[in-house]
Design a protein around this ligand. Structure first.
Ligand SMILES: NC(=O)c1ccc[n+]([C@@H]2O[C@H](COP(=O)([O-])OP(=O)(O)OC[C@H]3O[C@@H](n4cnc5c(N)ncnc54)[C@H](O)[C@@H]3O)[C@@H](O)[C@H]2O)c1
Ligand SMILES: O=c1ccn([C@@H]2O[C@H](COP(=O)(O)OP(=O)(O)O[C@H]3O[C@H](CO)[C@@H](O)[C@H](O)[C@H]3O)[C@@H](O)[C@H]2O)c(=O)[nH]1
Length: 466
C-alpha cells in the first residue's frame, strides 16, 4: 500500500518536527498537521520563521523548505482526516489532574476525542498511528471506538512511539537510533499497515533500524525507555549527594563508571533535577499501571525515581537559602535559564519552576534571564502552581532580556539551564556588579569552578564537596 496523504493530529513538540522531517524525506507524500489551537497553527504558518511555536535547532530551515510544498498546517481537522490514508495521533497525554488516577495516570481524554473524530468523519479505510506516548493497551480502547462507528470503515491501529529529545529533535529524527512499530502481524490487513509505515520510514532510515513488535510491546517500550533514562539521572543525582558529603567528585565518578561499556557514558550528568514533559509523566503512568495490576513493589521501585528528583530540586533551593546565611528575604537572586534543558523553549516540569517557587516562599526577589523562553510562559508556569497570586508573582519575579542587567546587584546567581552562552559571559564584569560575597549555584555543572573562584565568586556545584 502506497501512502499518499498523511494527517497528523497535534501540532506540538512532537507532531510539528516529526511531520516536518517526514515531509522533507518524502516529497511524494502530502502531510497536513492539524490542531485545535488556532494560534499555534497560525504560528506554524508564520512568515517570520522566528515566530514558529517551537524552537529547535535546524527546524526553521526545513520548515522553510517544505511548508507549502508538501507540508501544511491547518485547523480544518475533519478535512485533513478524511483525505488521509494514514493518521498520526500526536496529541498531549498529560498526567490526570482529576478523578481516578489523579496525579498518576495519563489523561487520555484528548486521545479519545481524536479517535471519536476520526471515527465520525472517515469515509474510507485508514491506518491510525499512535505517536503520542500511551499506557500499554491503549490501542484496544482506540480500536473499540473506531470499530463501533457503524459506517463500515476499517481501521488498522499501529503504535509508533517517538523517541526524539527536545533540543536535538531534528538530529534525532534524521538519524534515529531505531524506529519502533507495533502492529498486529497476525492478520493480512495488519501486515499491510505495518509495511506501509515501514515504507514511509525507509525513505531515510536504514531497514536494520526499523524494529517491529506487537502493539503492547511497542507501547510499553516507550514507557520503559523513559523510565530507564530518568532512572539514570536520579541514580547519578543520588550519588551526587553522597559526593558532597564525602569529598568525592560526581564528574570523576561519572567518568569512571561511564567507561564501563556495560554502563555507558551518556546520561550521567548530575543536575538540579530532570524536567521536561515526559519523564515524570511517563514514570507516574508506569507506577499507576503497576499498581493497577497489584504490582506494588514494582510501582514503589519506579516511584522512587520521581521522589529522588523532587528531593534534588528541593535540596538545591535549600542549599541556596542556607548558604546565604539562612535568609534570602529581600535578596535578589538571578536565574540564568528557565527552560528544562538547553536548545528548547519548552519549560514543562522545568526544575527552575520548583526552585523559584521555593525561593519566593522564602521571600527572595528573583530575576530571570533565558535566551528562548518568553516572559508570558515564565509567569504562566509560576501562576499555574497557585502558590501565590499572579500580582504577587509579578512583583517578586522580574524577567530581563539582558543577562548582565539580570545579574546586576544580585546576591547570588543560580544556573538552571545549561545554555552554552552562559559559559562565554564576561564573568569578571558580572562579579563587579554584584553584592558581595557573590555566590554562584551551578545546577548544571556548566561553569569552570577555578576560574570563577579566581574572580572572587563563592561557587557551588552539584556533586562536589566544598
Ligand atoms: N515533547 C517531547 O519531546 C515528546 C517526545 C516523545 C513523545 N512525546 C509524546 O508525544 C505526545 C505529544 O507531546 P507534545 O510534547 O508534542 O505535546 P504538545 O502539548 O506540545 O502538543 C500537543 C498538541 O495537540 C493538540 N491537541 C490536543 N487535543 C487535540 C484534538 N482533539 N484535536 C487536535 N489537536 C489536539 C494540542 O492543542 C497541542 O497543540 C505526548 O503523548 C508526549 O508524551 C513527547
Ligand atoms: O545526564 C543527564 C541527562 C538529562 N538530564 C535532564 O533530564 C531531562 C530530560 O532530558 P532529555 O531526555 O535529554 O530530554 P527530553 O526532551 O525530555 O527527552 C526524553 O523524553 C522524550 C519524551 O518522551 C523522549 O522521546 C526522549 O527519548 C527522552 O530522552 C532534562 O531536564 C535534562 O536536563 C540530566 O539532568 N542529566
Amino acid at each position: 500500500m502506497n501512502i499518499k496523504r498523511i494527517c497528523c493530529i497535534g501540532a506540538g513538540y512532537v507532531g510539528g518536527p516529526t511531520m516536518t522531517v517526514i515531509a522533507q524525506k518524502c516529497p511524494h507524500i502530502k502531510l497536513t498537521v492539524v490542531d485545535i489551537n488556532e494560534s499555534r497553527i497560525a504560528a506554524w504558518n508564520s512568515k517570520d520563521l522566528n515566530k514558529l511555536p517551537i524552537f529547535e535547532p535546524g527546524l526553521d530551515k526545513i520548515v522553510e523548505e517544505v511548508r507549502g510544498r508538501n507540508l501544511f498546517f491547518s485547523t480544518d481537522i475533519d478535512e485533513a482526516i478524511n483525505e488521509a490514508d494514514m493518521i498520526f495521533i500526536s496529541v498531549n497525554t498529560p498526567t490526570k489532574n482529576y478523578g481516578k488516577g489523579k496525579g498518576m495516570a495519563s489523561d487520555l481524554k484528548y486521545i479519545e476525542l481524536c479517535a471519536r473524530q476520526i471515527a465520525k468523519v472517515s469515509r474510507q479505510n485508514k491506518i491510525v498511528v499512535e505517536k503520542s506516548t500511551l499506557p500499554v493497551r491503549t490501542a484496544s480502547a482506540i480500536k473499540s471506538i473506531l470499530d463501533n462507528t457503524g459506517n463500515g470503515v476499517h481501521f488498522q491501529i499501529l503504535s509508533n512511539p517517538e523517541f526524539l529529545a527536545e533540543g536535538t529533535a531534528i538530529q534525532d529524527l534524521l538519524k534515529p537510533d531505531r524506529v519502533l512499530i507495533g502492529g498486529d502481524a497476525s492478520t493480512k490487513e495488519g501486515e499491510v499497515a505495518i509495511q506501509a509505515l515501514i515504507d514511509v520510514y525507509l525513505n531515510w532510515v536504514p531497514k536494520e533500524q526499523i524494529l517491529t513488535t506487537n502493539v503492547w510491546s511497542s507501547e510499553l517500550s516507550k514507557l520503559t525507555a523513559n523510565a530507564f533514562l530518568a532512572q539514570r539521572v536520579s541514580s547519578i543525582n543520588a550519588m551526587s549527594e553522597i559526593c558532597e558529603k564525602t569529598g568525592a567528585d560526581i564528574r570523576e565518578v561519572s567518568k569512571a563508571i561511564g567507561m564501563d561499556s556495560r554502563i555507558g557514558s551518556k546520561f550521567l550528568n548530575a543536575s538540579v533535577g530532570f524536567g521536561g514533559s515526559c519523564f515524570q509523566k511517563d514514570i507516574l503512568n508506569l507506577v499507576y499501571i503497576a499498581k493497577s495490576y497489584g504490582l506494588n513493589e514494582v510501582a514503589d521501585y519506579w516511584e522512587q525515581v520521581v521522589i529522588m528528583n523532587e528531593h534534588q530540586k528541593k535540596r538545591f533551593s535549600d542549599n541556596i537559602v542556607s548558604t546565604l546565611y539562612n535568609t534570602v528575604s529581600g535578596k535578589k537572586i538571578t536565574f540564568l535559564g528557565w527552560a528544562f534543558k538547553k536548545n528548547t523553549n519548552d519549560t514543562r516540569e522545568s526544575a527552575a519552576i520548583r526552585v523559584a517557587d521555593d525561593l519566593l516562599n522564602e521571600r527572595a526577589e528573583i530575576s530571570v534571564y533565558d535566551p528562548k523562553v518568553t516572559e508570558e510562559r515564565i509567569y504562566e508556569d509560576l501562576n499555574y502552581l497557585g502558590t501565590r497570586s499572579s500580582i504577587e508573582n509579578k512583583r517578586l519575579l522580574t524577567i530581563n532580556k539582558d543577562p548582565y542587567r539580570a545579574c546586576k546587584n544580585s546576591h547570588a546567581i543560580a544556573i538552571l539551564t545549561e545554555w552554552d552562552e552562559f559559559k562565554n559571559y564576561d564573568w569578571k564584569n558580572i562579579y563587579k556588579n554584584m553584592e558581595k560575597p557573590a555566590f554562584v549555584f551551578d545546577g548544571r555543572g556548566l561553569l569552570n569552578k577555578e576560574e570563577l573562584e579566581i574572580i572572587g565568586f563563592i561557587y557551588y556545584n552539584i556533586g562536589t564537596g566544598n
